[in-house]
Design a binder for this molecule. Structure first.
Ligand SMILES: CC(C)(COP(=O)(O)OP(=O)(O)OC[C@H]1O[C@@H](n2cnc3c(N)ncnc32)[C@H](O)[C@@H]1OP(=O)(O)O)[C@@H](O)C(=O)NCCC(=O)NCCS
Length: 192
């Protein structure tokens, strides 16, 4: 596996990286600008984010990647890496007979409705299947989050079930639709 600072995925309009702690001010600005927008899909934080907590979370993302525990990446517009556009995570990576992970994603509200998330997630899904050689990506969403449902459907994720009181978001246990995407390559794990 390449070191975290070499990790990069590029799409037509975006670039995705595991950022250095120097990105913390832009990361903090992204979280503050979107605090209300992200509240309904995030656990209630014990305290508001600070520069120090942002530096720590970026350091933790690099450690997780290097330990093979997960992939937490930050997306930027290709022509402006001074502002954070989105963050995407592959978490709970389980190997053995499961070879699966969970997918999470958030996009700066100011950039909704332009297809950036689909574009970035296509690259992340390709990385999960072709480089990480995972078999299944699971993504779950609150049924009223129609934007999220449309993004997942556009990528081929299929609904597999309905989980009551699945995650405690913004202090409330919320039902979720459970979806997943399975690696279409039947030989993805040959040579492992
Ligand atoms: C969920 C979320 C990422 C969806 O964002 P989004 O902007 O709707 O998704 P995309 O960036 O892929 O944009 C898709 C939209 O852009 C439109 N679009 C415009 N130009 C486009 C282009 N060049 N290519 C593709 N789509 C384009 C599409 O038609 C689509 O609109 P529609 O859903 O009304 O049909 C965003 O609402 C968000 O971050 N919400 C808060 C966090 C959250 O809920 N995360 C998910 C938790 S499960």
């Amino acid at each position: 596996m390449s070191p975290a600072h070499d990790f990069v995925l590029t799409t037509a309009r975006t670039v995705l990286r595991i950022p250095e702690a120097t990105v913390a001010p832009a990361w903090l600005d992204y979280l503050q600008r979107n605090a209300e927008h992200f509240a309904s899909c995030s656990p209630r934080a014990a305290s508001a984010p600070t520069l120090a907590s942002c530096e720590a979370s970026l350091r933790a993302a690099r450690d997780d990647y290097e330990a093979g525990r997960g992939l937490r990446i930050v997306g930027f517009l290709r022509d402006d890496e001074s502002h954070v556009l989105a963050d995407i995570g592959l978490s709970n990576i389980v190997r053995g007979p499961f070879q699966a992970c969970h997918l999470g994603y958030r996009l700066d509200r100011a950039h909704e409705g332009r297809g950036y998330m689909r574009e970035m997630l296509r690259a992340v899904v390709a990385h999960a299947f072709e480089s990480l050689r995972l078999h299944r990506i699971m993504a779950n969403y609150v049924p009223t989050n129609e934007r999220s449902g449309r993004v997942l459907r556009s990528l081929g994720f299929q609904v597999e079930g309905y989980a009551r009181d699945y995650l405690k978001l913004d202090g409330v246990w919320k039902d979720h639709l459970l979806t997943s995407l399975v690696n279409p390559d039947p030989h993805f794990d040959e040579g492992r």
